[in-house]
Ligand binder design. Structure first.
Ligand code: ADP
Ligand code: ASP
Ligand code: MG
Length: 402
């Protein structure tokens, strides 16, 4: 018995039947004597549908108004779930991000939680209410609604768990845990009983959407006990925790990220300061840069390539085109038909040949590698987007046998 935070994603609250199912899970935890805080996402594809509606309006929408719109999806779920639980005779209250004291910065559409003012939440728990909070949203210093970025309800849940010092944060979703690859795409993907925060963070950052990467970052920072579970089966899920994974696998997972664009600047000056000028200008415009590759100079010239997200591509190209002469550049080329495929595993720290094995799998499938980057527990390659699913399954079979 203690404080339990439970988060339910879009599929888990998609319709009335699913909401009733969620109410069963929530009331079971409450009946067991826990203080229960529930975080909900918008139903099914609601967030996508709202984005479409804004596009239909057609005007250049401000990010502030977009967040006002997107935050409504979660409010539908929270009130419907509260009504269902109320109907069963339990004390329950639903709260928006603002009412729950979720204070964020002002980066509309990708706001970061700065703090949680938890007095109201504590008061409701003291009254023995089941508290249902709208995920994905908060409020900034101007009292305006913000949203936390796609998939951000996970982060709402972990932030509340950290602020309330909850015993556990349970993320209920439509798969029964974290797998060695997306189980919807890779048939023999294996469920992991435990994964470390560090590995999960790399997987989430490299495209495994089962957890929002910032939720993992926050769970690690505040040592929140995190579980990934299915809302549909009551199977044992995956625990995300500190330390190294107990699974004796060379790698924990393979994942892909389609949200990548490659930019190459051809023929920049081969002299000190060019990379500094380029990447500081990009940073000033908020362009996030991932893999960077610089060629060996040919006399007075060299090439620099890097990857960024699709949404940052236009800004990045604007910045570069406006400063071509500053870098002495001849040409800038961009490519959006690329994807990043990554393997993640603490096992690679103490084992040689992991990269070679990954590259062999790609060679077996006749897939060309455009860029490579590595960290202590991750190797990523940039390849043709059309080959990404094949790459993931081929690499997966190379490392993880049935
Ligand atoms: P929710 O709506 O519950 O937040 P998401 O769609 O955001 O659910 O995340 C769950 C999905 O993540 C799964 O349906 C699965 O297809 C996908 N996924 C990608 N990689 C993995 C992985 N390694 N393990 C489990 N699920 C994964
Ligand atoms: N509803 C939001 C989204 O679709 C947040 C979430 O589901 O976590 O991205
Ligand atoms: Mg999600």
């Amino acid at each position: 018995m203690g404080i339990v935070v439970q988060k339910f994603g879009g599929t888990s609250v998609a319709n009335t039947e699913r909401i009733r199912n969620v109410a069963n899970i929530v009331t079971d935890a409450y009946k067991a004597g826990n203080d229960v805080v529930v975080v909900v996402s918008a139903q099914g594809d609601t967030t996508d549908d709202l984005i479409e509606k804004a596009k239909e309006i057609g005007a250049k929408t401000s990010k502030r108004e977009m967040d006002v719109l997107l935050s409504t999806g979660e409010q539908i779920s929270m009130s419907l779930l509260a009504m269902e639980i109320q109907g069963r005779g339990y004390p329950v209250i639903s709260l928006t991000g603002w009412q729950a004291g979720i204070i964020t910065n002002s980066s509309y559409g990708e706001a970061r939680i700065k703090r949680i003012e938890s007095e109201r939440l504590m008061r409701e728990l003291d009254r023995h209410n089941i508290v249902i909070v709208a995920g994905f949203q908060g409020i900034n210093k101007y009292d305006d609604i913000t949203t936390l970025g796609r998939g951000g309800s996970d982060t709402s849940a972990v932030a509340l768990a950290a602020a309330l010092k909850a015993d556990v944060c349970q993320i209920y979703t439509d798969v029964d845990g974290v797998y060695s690859a997306d189980p919807r795409k890779v048939k023999n993907a294996r469920k992991l009983s435990v994964i470390s925060y560090d590995e999960m963070l790399e997987l989430a950052t490299c495209g495994a959407q089962v957890l929002h990467n910032r939720s993992v970052e926050m769970a690690k920072k505040y040592n929140v006990k995190l579980q990934v579970l299915s809302s549909l089966t009551r199977a044992e899920g995956t625990e995300v925790r500190g330390g190294i994974s107990v699974e004796k696998m060379l790698i924990s997972g393979v994942t892909k990220d389609n949200d990548v664009a490659r930019i190459s600047i051809v023929g920049v000056d081969n002299e000190p300061g060019v990379a500094f000028k380029l990447f500081s200008l990009l940073a000033q415009k908020g362009v996030n840069v991932d893999i960077i590759l610089q060629s060996v100079g040919r006399g007075s010239k060299k090439d620099i390539s890097f990857t960024t997200t699709l949404s940052s591509l236009d800004t990045a190209l604007e910045v570069i085109n406006a400063h071509m002469s500053l870098f002495g550049a001849a040409e800038v080329i961009s490519d959006t038909s690329v994807a990043k495929v990554s393997i993640v595993g603490a096992g690679m720290i103490n084992n040689t040949g992991v990269a070679a094995k990954m590259f062999e799998a790609l060679y077996d499938a006749n897939i060309n590698i455009q860029m490579i980057s590595t960290s202590e527990i991750k190797i990523s390659v940039l390849i043709d987007k059309n080959m990404a699913d094949l790459a993931v399954s081929t690499i997966h079979s190379k490392f993880i046998q049935d």
